[in-house]
Design a protein around this ligand. Structure first.
Ligand code: NAD
Length: 499
């Protein structure tokens, strides 16, 4: 059995706490590795070492830091297959999907190659007589990234690339369920030229996270995970005086208007609902067709597509549509939620609970499920399921459909399928959700825009990646300067405009 190490000061370091967590292969159900759970002392030690390394990195000119990003991008491309295999082995997602996981992180690295431009300050010449103002963006120092299991490459890359490009050191605490990829990323960026100590990968659970939150050296915390933990981390980080941005769970609705191309809508729903076994924060989990006829026709379109879905291990080839859930616990939770939907009166049109994979009977596989006649009060509507379950809620009108999306406590992503530009425009303007798709089911913005939800899907005021990341990982200093060429002014005592 493999024992995973922390990555400290550019080398693998064994855990010293004596506590470990099992890492499963979700396809076989076997424990394939043990990951150490860091103690408070181990975390504090990693932070102190990062703090010692950071000033020299901050003093390195931004072009040189950008060159590390360029080499890092090149190496990520070269190691794409190894990274994808490591992701699939611990997460269970298919290889093409795991490559997408790396690719969407790599695209953020590509934007960070332009860090010198993103870090440029502002300048005002002659803001007053002989007075110039300029602002500069300076790194925060040591920052932390705490990431979820479902994107083992993409989300750590969203955190580490901008943080490091801005001149910070980062403590990365990846998910204990999918820990290996973070170590690989650390090794690769070291090969790309990142000096030791600037990216410390510390594995762990609540103890390690709390140590990060309470350590005075850590200046900022970027979190991605479930909403209760996001809210907890946001509260504790802020009350300890840190900058925090914490992204949480989701319940993404897709409205299907009567004029939509239903074949395209059904294709989009199947991909966005069941892809990665529904373990995506941008998965569409609620379909809201407008009108009974649209709803009936949509179910007719969905059924043959769902029947054709191929569930299997990532090793079975590229025609597998999705793999197992990440753990037995996740499998149990999703099954329990499906049970609750049946008990509360929703119509279970397709039941994925009894699915078993020949030769992989101990794997955490679950077939696709489809519910119809779901209502607002049901648990399967209110809670994030994070499994291969699509719920259809029937709406009588566009306004009722919009109200469903607007009233839900989550606001990560949403989509509308329609042939009418006016309806689409109205939806995009009015909806209180952070990322909107128009005839596009998973509207994850490109890396030069920004990513973030609204309502209970996000705590904090800046988004991830793009220009917001450069704001989050730097602080602004503004200088007001005057050079005397003789004594032009007498002492002034009033706070007044510079005129
Ligand atoms: P999680 O909240 O269980 O874990 C996320 C991180 O928090 C992990 O590193 C974990 O070790 C740590 N953690 C867990 N419990 C903790 C506790 N009690 N105290 C301190 N730290 C704790 O989330 P997950 O199951 O790994 O990921 C799935 C969730 O993440 C879903 O809710 C999904 O919607 C969400 N997610 C959101 C986004 C987004 O951008 N909004 C992206 C991906 C995933």
């Amino acid at each position: 059995m493999q024992t995973i190490s922390h990555w400290i000061d550019g080398a693998a370091v064994e855990g010293r706490s004596g506590r470990h967590s099992d890492v499963f292969n979700p396809a076989t159900g076997e424990v394939q590795a043990r990951v150490p759970l860091a103690s408070t002392d181990e975390v504090n030690d990693a932070i102190a070492r990062a703090a010692a390394a950071q000033p020299a990195w901050a003093a390195t000119n931004p072009q040189r830091r950008a060159r590390v990003m360029m080499k890092f991008g090149q190496l990520l491309n070269e190691r794409m297959d190894d990274l994808a295999e490591a992701i699939s082995r611990e997460h269970g997602k298919t290889i093409p999907d795991a490559r997408g996981d790396v690719q969407r992180g790599l695209e953020v690295v590509e934007v960070c190659m332009g860090a010198p431009h993103m870090l440029k300050g502002e300048y005002t010449n002659d803001g007053g007589p002989g007075i110039d103002l300029y602002s500069m963006r300076q790194p925060l120092g040591v920052v932390a990234g705490i990431t979820p299991f479902n994107f083992p490459a993409m989300i750590p890359l969203w955190k580490m690339a901008p943080a490091l490009a801005c001149g910070n050191a980062m403590i990365l605490k990846p998910s204990e369920r999918t820990p290996t990829t973070a170590n690989m990323l650390a090794e690769i960026i070291q090969e790309a030229g990142l000096p030791n100590g600037l990216l410390q990968v510390v594995h762990g659970d609540k103890e390690a996270v709390d140590a990060i939150l309470d350590n005075e050296t850590v200046q900022a915390v970027g979190f991605v995970g479930s909403t209760p933990i996001a809210q907890y981390i946001y509260g504790r980080a802020c009350s300890n005086g840190k900058r925090a941005q914490c992204f949480g769970g989701a319940k993404n609705h897709m409205i299907i208007m009567p004029d939509a191309d239903l074949d395209k809508a059904a294709d989009a729903l199947v991909g966005a609902g069941y892809g990665a076994a529904g373990e995506r924060c941008m998965a569409i989990s609620v379909a809201v067709p407008v009108g009974q006829e649209t709803a009936d026709r949509l179910v007719d379109k969905l059924l043959p597509r769902i029947e054709k879905l191929k569930v299997g291990p990532y090793t079975a080839g590229d025609d597998v549509d999705f793999g197992p859930l990440v753990t037995a616990e996740a499998h149990q939770r999703v099954s329990g939620l499906i049970d609750s939907g049946v008990e509360e009166g929703a119509k279970l049109v397709v039941d994925g609970r009894g699915f078993s994979m020949q030769g992989y009977e101990n794997g955490f596989f679950m077939g696709p499920s489809l519910f119809d006649n779901v209502t607002r009060d049901m648990r399967i509507y209110r809670e994030e399921i994070f499994g291969p379950v699509l719920s259809q809620v029937r709406a009588e009108s566009y306004d009722e459909a919009l109200d469903l999306v607007m009233s839900h406590e989550y606001g990560n992503g949403t989509a509308i399928f329609t042939a009418d530009g006016d309806t689409a425009r109205d939806f995009a303007h009015r909806v209180n959700v952070g990322m909107v798709g128009i005839n596009f089911p998973i509207p994850v913005p490109l890396s030069y825009h920004t990513f973030g939800g609204w309502k209970k899907s996000s705590f904090g005021d800046l988004n991830q990646f793009g220009p917001d990341a450069f704001r989050f990982y730097t602080k602004t200093k503004t200088v007001t300067a005057r050079w005397f060429s003789g004594i032009k002014d007498q002492a002034e005592f009033n706070f007044k405009p510079m005129d």
